[in-house]
Structures are given as C-alpha cells and as structure tokens.
Write a protein that binds this ligand. Structure first.
Ligand code: GMT
Length: 380
C-alpha cells in the first residue's frame, strides 16, 4: 500500500509509535510517506520505502499564530494527489484528524476518496483534546475519521466517556522491537557509572508535570535511606528538570543521581537497570515502561490509566496508588534486596513485553487498514 503517516516529531509518545510503525511497514514493502513539521527523532536511517515530507509554514506578519492545521491539510492534499496515497494514518487527534478531514473533503471534490485512520494516543483525549477550547472540533474530527484506533482499552473507554463518539474504536496497543530492546552486556557503562556495583534505578520521560519526576527522586531518596547503595539515572529533559535538580540538592543526594538528558539509545541505559520507576499522574499506555520491561527490567508504576494493561501487579513489578511514595519505596526496596524476586520479575517483564511484539501488532494495523479501505469502497 501507499500510506501517509502524519505525526509529531517528538522524542516520546505518539511520534515514536508513528515512526516505528512507518519503519516496520516499510520493511514489509509498503511505501510510506511521513508528514511532520520536523524530522521525527527516530527516523534516522535512509530507507528506500520511506519518504519524509516537511510541512511548510508561511510565517506571514499578520499571523500571530501561523495556521499549522491548514498548512498540514494542504500538504496532505498534495500527498494524496501526487503520491497517490491509498490511506492516510494520523497519530494524535489534535489537529491531525481535523486537517485530514479537511484534506479528505478537498479530495472528494476532485472525485478521490481516501480513507483516514486516526490513532488516539493520550493527551489528545485526556488533557488537551477534551479542553473546552478544542473539544467540539476534536469530537467532530474523530467522528469523521473512517477508522479510529486507541492504544489501550483504558483510552477507548475514556474517549467514549468524554466525547459523543459515533464510530467504533478499535484497540491496537503500542508495540516494541524485541530485538532492539533486550538486555545486552554494557558492563563498561555499568562500571563507569557504578564503580562499586551499586543498584541502578532508571526513569525515562519528557519531564512534564504529569510524569511526576520529583516523586521518582523522593522514592529513590527512601531507597538510599534504607541503606541500599544505588544510583538513579534520569533520561530525558523537559520543564521539571530544574526543579528536580534543586530537589536533589535539597536532599543532598546529587552524587547518586545522574541527569543523562535526551538519549537515542535508551536501551543501553535500560540494559544496566535493576528497576524502572514510572509514577505518572496520567498515562494512557506507558511506552517507556514497555521498553524497560522488554529489557527485562521490573517496573514500579502508578495504577492509573493504561499502565495496569502493561505492568502486571506482583508479576512484572508493582502498581501503587497515585502519589503513594511510601508504597513505591517499600516495593522498590523489596525488589532491590530480594534477588529471587528480582529474577522472577525480570523474566516475567520480558515475557509480558513479548505480547506487544511489533510483528504481531503491526499485522493488526495492516488488517485494520484493509478493513477500513474495504468498508469505504462498499459505501461508495
Ligand atoms: O505524554 C507523552 O509522553 C506524549 C504522549 C503523546 O501522545 O505523544 O504520549 C501518550 O502516547 C504514548 C504513545 O501512545 C503513550 O505511551 C503515553 O502513555 C501517552 N501519554 C499520556 O497519556 C500522558
């Protein structure tokens, strides 16, 4: 198929899922046209089946806010018309599903009907999308998509609760490259960072408020206070970084905490990790947790959103109530001091990650594309 994939170019979340999907589909022989306002972080290598198109925005002085959604729709029209797209798959409803609807309307005037699939990821529903300033448009655009998928059961239910949804939402979970994300020998790195063979606790996020990075530090502080020799590796960057650095200074634990910034090869850090912490206040799936689990790292997470669909309490790690630092610290100490429990959870984490094998999940997307395309032909 000739498929257009529209996404944000960001490090975390929907941009990563869209880019990885593009790469797997391309490897299976599909021609993929990726459309974004900048080159997505993980679209690094040259692939004969992937074509990258950047949205050109004309910054006219009259525009205090350049109309990105319109420039995107216009580029979508170009792609559908000149690249002969069979299907347009947009990731994150806002404004991608709206631009897609507009592009579809324009193409219908020209006698071409291209199916649009929208994948809902998270804050496009739970935070920004349901804000009164966008809600009507997001709801309309979801309903106008020919196919809608959500990355977890939780997100499907949440979407149906928050919006008046007319179409059936298909749950297709996020997926993982089990080859790339597996524990590998990084003893050099481990020795450099932990000369005394300390335990390694890892957190990866975009340091937005919702990720609760200060809670990660509070849990880690309790791990240290329990007498466990440990290091905390914080991967990523964002608004809460400075606040978190200050917290480390206030607690006097800076020498045990390393801020590694944004990293492309997260799997290298995960390979030396003994425990992954993700205490998020909102998480529709938790791709970062899945990446850790695929590298055989037990996870301690909050029990909200889609996290219980990924991290299984008592098996692959533990789930605690939101903001319950005591529970998270207690379970962290248990995992870090009980080698038998740690080994069992590491094994179970990898096994659970295998359920999200990218080959299986991308097959689901392909079947869904076929189903949506066939329904559209039938309706015509
Ligand atoms: O919050 C983010 O990191 C970005 C956001 C996005 O849509 O780009 O992430 C959401 O989508 C990810 C991929 O489907 C999910 O793994 C995250 O759980 C989800 N984030 C939230 O719901 C806060």
């Amino acid at each position: 198929m000739n498929i257009g994939i529209v996404c944000y170019p960001t490090y975390g979340g929907s941009g990563v899922v869209a880019t990885e999907l593009a790469k797997v589909l391309a490897a299976k022989g599909h021609k993929i046209h990726v459309l974004s306002y900048a080159k997505p972080a993980r679209l690094e290598a040259i692939d004969p089946n992937i074509f990258y198109h950047e949205v050109a925005i004309n910054a006219y002085p009259l525009f205090e806010y350049p109309p990105y959604a319109l420039a995107l729709a216009s580029q979508m029209v170009n792609l559908i018309e000149y690249e002969d797209l069979d299907l347009l798959h947009v990731h994150y409803a806002l404004p991608h599903a709206t631009s897609a609807y507009l592009a579809k309307q324009i193409m219908e005037e020209k006698g071409i009907n291209v199916p649009v699939v929208t994948t809902l990821h998270g804050t496009d529903i739970t935070l920004v999308g349901s804000d009164p300033s966008y809600k009507n448009v997001v709801e309309f655009s979801i309903n106008k998509s020919d196919g809608v998928t959500a990355v977890s059961k939780y997100l499907k239910e949440e979407t149906e609760q928050r919006f008046d949804i007319k179409n059936d939402i298909c749950v297709i979970p996020n997926f993982i490259d089990l080859e790339r994300f597996q524990k590998s020998n990084k003893s050099h790195f481990k020795k450099a960072i932990c000369p005394d063979d300390e335990k390694v606790v890892v957190h990866v996020s975009n340091f937005r408020k919702v990720k609760r990075v200060p809670e990660v530090v509070s849990v880690f502080d309790r791990i240290l206070k329990h007498g466990i020799e440990a290091k905390l590796l914080l991967v990523g960057d964002g608004p809460d970084r400075q606040r978190t650095e200050q917290q480390c200074r206030d607690l006097g634990i800076c020498e045990h905490v390393r801020f590694l910034g944004k990293l492309d090869e997260v799997e290298e850090v995960l390979s030396v990790a003994d425990l992954f912490l993700i205490p998020s206040g909102s998480e529709t799936f938790g791709l970062a947790a899945l990446e850790a689990m695929s590298c055989s790292v037990p996870v301690i997470s909050s029990n909200i959103g889609g996290l219980p669909e990924v991290n299984i309490h008592g098996e692959t790690g533990f789930l605690c109530d939101l903001d319950d630092i005591g529970c998270m610290a207690e379970n962290a100490v248990e995992i870090l001091t009980n080698p038998e429990l740690h080994a069992r959870m590491s094994k179970a984490a990898r096994k659970q990650a295998e359920r999200f094998n990218q080959d299986l999940v991308v097959n689901e997307y392909e079947s869904y594309y076929k189903e949506v395309s066939a329904e559209l032909v039938e309706a015509d």
